[in-house]
Write a new protein. Structure first.
Length: 110
């Protein structure tokens, strides 16, 4: 019978997780840089959502369901959202590339 990682007396919770999903990448938060690491995660999610909104806006434009005024307003809003994300990232010493999230088999967000 094979020994499970969590059956060993010296096993840690991380050992059990590693055995259950060996290919899974974990988020690592450094106690010395917790604010920057949390900012990277939160801003990465916000950048991902902004990208989804941009794709939806493009679909609506291609479908002709927006007026020219709505297209202009939407484009301005998305540009300002991207600028705000970059400004916030810079406040935490992060570059736009740092906001890229690894979605596993789906690839990276940015």
């Amino acid at each position: 019978m094979m020994e499970d990682a969590c059956d060993r007396p010296d096993a840690t919770p991380d050992d059990a997780l590693a055995g259950a999903q060996p290919a899974m990448t974990r988020i690592r938060i450094d106690p010395e840089r917790v604010e920057q690491d949390l900012a990277r995660l939160a801003l990465g999610l916000m950048a991902f959502l902004r990208q989804l909104m941009e794709l939806q806006a493009l679909r609506r434009m291609e479908a002709g369901s927006l007026t020219p005024e709505q297209e202009e307003r939407l484009g301005t809003t998305l540009m300002r959202a991207e600028e705000a994300l970059h400004r916030l990232a810079a406040q935490f010493g992060l570059s736009p590339e740092d906001l890229s999230l690894d979605l596993g088999p789906l690839g990276r967000t940015i």
